[in-house]
Design a protein around this ligand. Structure first.
Ligand code: ATP
Ligand code: MG
Length: 452
C-alpha cells in the first residue's frame, strides 16, 4: 500500500492489481499525465483505503488471487458516491467484462493495453465524472440569473458591471438565443436607474408610416384618428432604459430618427413643435454583424458609433464548455418544479453530446430541447435514443483534425450502433464489414461486444 498524503485539487486515482510490476507501470504512466496515484495489491486493502480517503477513479484488475475485482466494483457502486470505476480484464474473458458492465462499471480496459489506451480510457472516465458533477451541482446564478462560469461569460459579467455603473449606450451582440435580452435587463436592473422603466422596442416590427408616432408619441389631432395624445417609446422609457431589439433590422428611415433623438437627447411629438428633453439610456441588440451592415451601406455609421460605446458580445453556447451542463441543471430544476415531479437523469453519453453539439439556437434551443425531453420521457432516464436525430449523428463536429483514426472509427461505429439500437448485423451491413470484423473493432475500442 502506498501511503502518500493526499493533497487537494489534483485528480486522484486508485489502482488495484495483484501484480506489482503492472501496478508500477500504470502508476508511472498516470503520474506522468499529472494524476495523483495510489496503489493497492488487493481488494481488501483497497476497501480499507477507500474508507479513509476519497478518489475520483478506481482502476482495478478483475482476476486477483484472494478477492475478485468485481467485489470491489460492487463495494464502490454501493458505498462510494462520486467515484468512477474502471475494470481491467484479460482478453478473452469477455464474459467477466460483460458482468462488470452489468454491475455498473462504465468502462473496461482489455489487456494488453498500450499507454495511450490507458490514458485515453482514464481521461474519458474522468470527463464523464466531471460532466456528472456539473449537472448535479447546484447552479449558482452568477449575475442576475445569468448562468455560466466559462471565461467568456465571466468577461460578459465584468462588462455588465462596468456598463451598469454608467449611463452610456450599450450594444449587445450575439447569435440568436445567446441571452442578449437577459444581459440588457441585467444592466438595467443593476444600474442606479434600475427602478425606472425598461421598455423594449422591436425594430423589425414597426412600419415606417407609424415610426415617428410610435417612437416619439403624438398629440391629439396630429393626424386623422389621433383622438388623444399618446406617449411614444422614448417618453415611456424616460428615466430608464430603452431596449432596441434587432437594431440591424431598423429601416434607414428609422435609423435617421433614432440618431437624431439619441444625439440631441430631445424629441418632438408628432403634431407638436415643442421640444422635449429625454433622459433614456439606450441598449441595442443585434444578431447580425452591424459593422458588416455599415460596410454594405445598410446601417448608418454615425448611429453605429453612437450605439456601441460599450459593446458586449455574447459567446455562442458551444463555446461555453461546462456552462452547457449548468444550464441543463437549471432548466431541469425549473421544469421538475413546474411539473411537480422528480427530474429525470441523463446518460453520460447524452451529456457528452450536449457538450459537443453545435447549438444553432443557443440557450433557447437547449431550453426547448430539455423541455421536450422531459415532457416526452417515458421513464426517469434519458438516453441517446431519446435525442432528435440530428443530434445523435452530430457528435463529433467540433473535434477537429487532431484525432486518432481509431478514435474516429470507434465513434462512428458507436453512432451507427446507436442508430440501429445495438443490432450488430444491421450495423455491420451499414459499415460494410462482417460481424466478426465488427466484434474485433468493438473489442479494440473497448466497446461492449456482447451487449447494447
Ligand atoms: N446564461 C443564461 N442563463 C440562464 N438563462 C439564459 C441564459 N442565456 C439565455 N437564457 C435564457 O434563454 C432564453 C433566450 O435568451 P434571450 O431571449 O435573452 O436571448 P436573445 O439573445 O435575446 O435571443 P434572440 O436573438 O432570439 O432575441 C431566455 O429564456 C433566457 O432566459
Ligand atoms: Mg432577444
Amino acid at each position: 500500500m502506498n501511503h502518500k498524503r493526499i493533497t487537494h485539487n489534483t485528480t486522484k486515482i486508485l489502482v488495484v492489481d495483484d501484480s506489482v510490476p503492472t501496478l508500477e507501470v500504470i502508476q508511472r504512466n498516470l503520474e506522468a499525465a499529472g494524476y495523483e496515484v495510489f496503489t493497492s495489491p488487493g481488494v481488501e486493502e483497497a476497501i480499507g483505503f477507500l474508507e479513509q480517503n476519497s478518489v475520483d477513479l478506481v482502476i482495478t484488475d478483475i482476476k486477483m488471487p484472494k478477492i475478485s475485482g468485481l467485489e470491489l466494483l460492487k463495494y464502490v457502486k454501493e458505498n462510494v458516491k462520486g467515484t468512477e470505476i474502471m475494470i481491467i480484464t484479460g482478453y478473452p474473458s469477455i464474459k467477466g467484462a460483460v458482468e462488470a458492465v452489468k454491475n455498473g462499471a462504465e468502462n473496461y480496459l482489455v489487456k494488453p493495453f498500450t499507454d495511450e489506451e490507458l490514458l485515453s480510457a482514464a481521461s474519458k472516465m474522468l470527463e464523464k465524472l466531471s460532466n456528472r458533477r456539473a449537472v448535479e451541482a447546484k447552479p449558482l446564478p452568477s449575475s442576475h440569473n445569468i448562468i455560466g462560469n466559462s471565461p467568456g461569460m465571466q468577461h460578459v459579467y465584468r462588462l455588465i458591471e462596468k456598463a451598469a455603473a454608467t449611463r452610456v449606450n450599450v450594444l449587445v451582440s450575439g447569435e440568436s438565443g445567446t441571452g442578449k435580452e437577459l444581459v440588457a435587463r441585467a444592466i438595467h436592473y443593476s444600474s442606479k436607474t434600475g427602478s425606472g422603466p425598461f421598455v423594449t422596442v422591436n425594430c423589425t416590427a414597426i412600419p415606417d408610416s407609424l415610426l415617428e408616432s410610435e417612437l416619439f408619441g403624438h398629440v391629439k389631432g396630429a393626424f386623422t384618428g389621433a383622438q388623444a395624445s399618446r406617449a411614444g417609446f422614448f417618453q415611456i422609457a424616460d428615466g430608464g432604459t430603452l431596449f432596441l431589439d434587432e437594431i440591424g433590422d431598423a429601416s434607414l428611415s428609422m435609423q435617421g430618427k433614432l440618431l437624431r433623438a439619441i444625439q440631441n437627447k430631445e424629441i418632438f411629438m408628432v403634431g407638436s413643435s415643442r421640444v422635449q428633453k429625454i433622459d433614456t439610456r439606450i441598449i441595442a441588440a443585434t444578431n447580425t454583424d452591424l459593422n458588416r451592415l455599415v460596410q454594405k451601406g445598410l446601417f448608418r455609421e454615425d448611429l453605429y458609433f453612437r450605439l456601441n460605446i460599450v459593446e458586449i458580445s455574447l459567446p455562442p453556447l458551444h463555446e461555453r464548455g461546462e456552462d452547457i451542463l449548468l444550464l441543463v441543471q437549471l432548466f431541469m430544476e425549473k421544469l421538475s418544479k413546474d411539473m411537480n415531479r422528480p427530474a429525470p437523469r441523463f446518460s453520460d453519453k447524452v451529456l457528452q453530446i450536449f457538450k459537443n453539439y453545435r447549438w444553432q439556437g443557443n440557450v433557447r434551443e437547449l431550453e426547448n430541447l430539455i423541455q421536450r425531453l422531459v415532457v416526452l420521457a417515458d421513464g426517469d432516464f434519458i438516453d441517446v435514443a431519446d435525442l432528435p436525430e440530428q443530434m445523435r449523428f452530430n457528435i463529433s463536429w467540433r473535434k477537429g483534425l487532431n484525432r486518432l483514426l481509431a478514435e474516429v472509427e470507434a465513434e462512428h461505429i458507436a453512432n451507427v450502433l446507436n442508430s440501429v439500437k445495438g443490432n450488430k448485423t444491421r450495423a455491420a451491413q451499414i459499415l460494410g464489414i462482417d460481424r466478426k470484423t465488427l466484434r474485433e473493432k468493438l473489442r479494440r475500442a473497448n466497446l461492449p461486444t456482447e451487449i447494447g
